[in-house]
Structures are given as C-alpha cells and as structure tokens.
Design a protein around this ligand. Structure first.
Ligand code: PD2
Ligand code: ZN
Length: 287
C-alpha cells in the first residue's frame, strides 16, 4: 500500500457523495475522474466507488423486499485475461456479461474428454428428473424432455479432473458442487426456460436447502454439438449461447429471485444430438 492509500480514508461523507452522484445520473467514469482531480489516489477512489455502490444496491434490494444477496462463484476476471488458468488447462474467456452474470468459456474440455464423458454416461441414461420443490424429492418434468444421469462427485478419475478444473476456474470449493449431471437431447427435445435456484416459496425447499444451501451458480458444458438448434437462451436479455463442443456457459445468481435475470432454457434441438454436462454450485459444502 502506498503512503497516500494508507492515509486516505473512505469516510461516510465520501460514500454519501458517491451515492448522490450515481443517483444524479453521473457516469462512474466521470465520478472517478472528479475524485482523482480533487486529490484522491486512483486505487482508493476505485475501491470506494465499487464498495459504496455495491452496498447501496444491496441495501436498495433488501428494502424492496428481495432476499439478501450471498457470495457466488466468480472467475478471476479483474484484468480481463484472454485465458484463465484452470490448473491442467488454460481456458479461453469468450464472452462476459455483468447483469445477468453470464460468462462463456472456450476449450474447457478437450474433444476426447467430451467423448469419454458421454461414453461413461450412456449406459446409465434415464428420462431426466428435476428436484421436486413441492416435496424435496425428484420427479419427471414435462418441461425437460432430455434424458439424463448424475455422477457422484469424484466417482471416476475424469469426473474428478473436471471437478478440480471447474473449482479453479470458478474460484469455488469443489465440495460445494453437486455431482455432474449429463443430459442428452434428441431432435425435438428441449429444456423450457426456468431458474436453477430453488423457489423459496415451495414447501419442499427448506428440506433441499439443508444439504448445502441454495444453488448460486450453474456451469453448462457442451459435450456433443447438435447440427441445428439447442442453444442455451437467456430470454430476459435475448442472449443465446451456441452449444459448441468443449465450450461452456457459466451464470451465477446471488439471490433466489428473478431480479438476477438468470431465466434460461435449452432451445429445441432441430437436428443432430446435443449432450451437456451441468455442474450446479451450492452456497456451502454439498454432501
Ligand atoms: O441444455 C441447456 O442448454 C440447459 C438449459 C437450461 C441446461 C440447463 N438449463 C440446466 O442443466 O440447468
Ligand atoms: Zn437450468
């Protein structure tokens, strides 16, 4: 820390001033410039802006009756790297969106890993179940016409390798992840738009949350690409992610609420077969 940083304190008055500037519609860049012009150290100013506006947004959300936000998985993107170190692999950052928090990765898995995962899953595929929030059990869901299976965490060396890679990439403990789920979509099948967090209003949700808390993030990895259709869509922001083999889409949600804009679905597959692996991340250790 430089001597200026050590001596410049972020006072309550400064925080109030930052909020007032934002509410008056001044762009963050302009506010930062004027802070630096009046003698604030740039790092202190950036820090003050970020923390003040984050706290302000959180305060407003809770005042509006939203559940409080919780920490979520977040890759280390501060310096806008083209590649992220995921231990045994450098993963490309293809696209980044702030709200909703959506990140598209390239080359998370090799073609051989995708094929091996499909081969391991094939003998165990059954019509996909979703968690039944009414009861806390599992049920066949008409909105999800794919076939699927779950791997236990760490059940195979490849599964373990991927889990370690994902934990490093997303900066989130491996123990907080559910077991990998594999889904197979044939032509005509889809996964209608939904939220991945458990609906707090459903009676079965408290039981589900005892095991690891809420889901706070989803990583959908594309293992087998269809010829047409099958993109992952985010209807609130009109975003569609192409289901390219080896690539993945990550999104996080810090509260179980539509304000996260994480409504998403798997578009109908029009030709060919689509295979994905989904990793859901929980707040806490999932055992
Ligand atoms: O297959 C997809 O693209 C998709 C879409 C929505 C997967 C999931 N949700 C999921 O596994 O949660
Ligand atoms: Zn989903």
């Amino acid at each position: 820390m430089s001597s200026t940083q050590a001596t410049q304190q972020i006072t309550p008055e400064l925080r109030k001033w930052i909020v007032a500037q934002a509410e008056a519609g001044h762009a963050a860049e302009a506010v930062l410039k004027s802070m630096i012009a009046s003698g604030w150290n740039e790092d202190v100013a950036v820090d003050a802006m970020e923390s003040t506006l984050r706290e302000h947004l959180e305060h407003q959300a809770v005042q509006k009756g939203l559940p409080p936000g919780v920490p979520v998985p977040e890759p280390r993107l501060e310096e806008s790297p083209l590649y992220l170190d995921a231990g045994d692999r450098q993963v490309c950052v293809l696209q980044v969106m702030v709200n909703p928090r959506v990140i598209v990765f390239g080359g998370l898995l090799s073609d051989a890993e995708c094929e091996q995962l499909i081969d391991l899953a094939k003998p165990r595929m059954a019509r996909s179940l979703t968690v039944a929030t009414k009861t806390g059990g599992e049920e066949v869901n008409a909105d999800r016409t794919s076939n699927g299976m779950f791997f236990q965490r760490g059940e195979h060396p490849l599964v373990r390798t991927l889990e370690e890679r994902i934990a490093l990439l997303l900066n989130w403990p491996m123990e907080n992840g559910e077991g990998l789920q594999i889904l197979h979509y044939r032509p005509g099948t889809e996964y209608k738009p939904h939220y991945d967090y458990f609906d707090p209003a459903e009676p079965g949700t408290p039981t589900i949350l005892k095991r690891g808390g809420q889901r706070v993030g989803t990583l959908v990895m594309y293992l087998g690409e269809p010829d047409k259709g099958g993109g992952t869509v985010f209807p609130d922001v009109n975003l569609e992610v192409a289901p390219k083999r080896g690539n993945a889409v990550f999104f996080s949600y810090d509260r179980a609420h539509p304000s996260t804009k994480t409504l998403h679905g798997g578009s109908p597959v029009l030709a060919g077969d689509k295979w994905i692996a989904t990793k859901w991340l929980r707040e806490r250790r999932f055992e």
